[in-house]
Ligand binder design. Structure first.
Ligand SMILES: [Zn+2]
Length: 359
């Protein structure tokens, strides 16, 4: 299905949480990592590319798939000059000038969607995303209601976070457009359990919420391209954003594991950040345990009424810079909402409009 898109652009960022050493216990069957401008063929016709990111999370993995007389790609990279240069090298070396057919985007975050429109301009192809991811990209890109500076400031006021600059610096639609300067003109939408044919393989789409509205992972013949939904060393950011302060993304995120647990134990997972790994079920167990452990910390910290700002050190004892702060606030509110919506915490709004949480 085609959706028309306004002629404009993009951004937003994934937030690494703090996940302990569980990831280090996973089997990593591919010990090598491709350098910038290099690639590794991880299975017949499936190539691992790695691109630099201008963040603490300093890289994103992209997956180039042989597709008959052309190529398809899963995720595109952030719109930086450095990544464009690396792509141009790959157009000539690995891709041998053969065109792109499908540009499949797991979700709307800039390190994944960023260069989609540019890739289509350069090498052809059709962009494929889930409908909710495409709609979210359009909302943020165009600065629609919920994604404006005043929305962020109102949300931060409720959270009692004093520095209003943190959201305007990171979450504004202007910031999004740094990473996604152009939205694709049109998008083919894909949905859960759809199959997308690439080079004779049928990749099954497995969608899930929590990290983003309707993230798409792809599974075929023992290989899962997991995007940001499952990562080996860090936990994907699960945040409440100013557009929907009563959202329950942690419940959606944990619910997304149900479909992933149906995949074979020995599945090779190709994540967007970090190393390819096996042990998917163990990783899902560790991620669920991680979130439940963090949930357990909050009620005991709420003997007295506490604001979001006062509770931040409970989940994030480390110092946070302006780039990290919005993701930390969003992730904390996601955990608070999860507890509140299940009757395990109460939230009151003080006369000055600030939220206070108690057991
Ligand atoms: Zn992401």
């Amino acid at each position: 299905m085609l959706s028309s898109v306004p002629p404009s652009l993009v951004v937003k960022e994934i937030l690494p949480g703090t996940l302990p050493a569980a990831g280090k216990l996973l089997p990593y069957p591919l010990p090598q990592v491709p350098g910038w401008g290099e690639w590794i063929e991880v299975a017949v016709g499936i190539y691992w590319l790695r691109m630099p990111l201008p963040f603490a999370l300093d890289h994103v993995n992209l997956w180039l798939l042989e597709d008959g007389d052309g190529w398809s790609v899963v995720d595109c990279g952030y719109a930086s000059a450095e990544i464009k240069t690396l792509w141009e090298q790959h157009f000539a070396d690995l891709m041998q000038g053969r065109p792109l057919k499908k540009v499949i985007v797991t979700h709307c975050h800039p390190d994944h969607l960023g260069l989609a429109a540019w890739l289509v301009q350069q090498q052809g192809g059709q962009v494929w995303m889930t409908g909710d991811e495409y709609s979210r990209a359009v909302e943020i890109y165009n600065g629609e209601a919920g994604w404006l500076k005043e929305d962020a400031e109102a949300y931060l006021h409720c959270c009692d976070v004093p520095d209003k600059q943190v959201f305007s610096a990171t979450m504004s639609h202007k910031a999004y457009r740094h990473g996604v300067p152009l939205l694709p003109d049109e998008c083919h939408t894909m949905a859960h359990d759809d199959c997308i044919e690439v080079g004779g393989r049928n990749w099954r789409i497995i969608t899930g919420g929590g990290h983003s509205p309707q993230h798409a992972a792809l599974y075929c013949d023992g290989i899962l391209i997991s995007g940001d939904q499952v990562l080996p060393e860090i936990s994907s950011n699960v945040s409440v954003w100013p557009n929907d302060p009563d959202d329950d993304p942690l419940a959606l995120y944990l619910a997304s594991f149900v479909a992933l647990r149906c995949l074979p134990m020995e599945t090779l997972v190709l994540p967007s950040h970090g190393m390819a790994f096996s042990g998917l079920h163990r990783r899902l167990d560790a991620l669920a345990a991680h979130h439940h452990q963090r949930l357990s910390l909050l009620p005991e910290a709420c003997d007295e009424p506490r604001s979001v700002a006062e509770l931040l050190p409970v989940l994030f004892p480390q110092s946070l810079d302006n780039q990290q702060m919005p993701f930390a606030v969003g992730e904390l509110v996601a955990h608070l909402n999860y507890l509140r919506l299940r009757g395990l915490l109460k939230r009151e709004t003080s006369a000055d409009g600030r939220w206070r949480y108690t057991k």
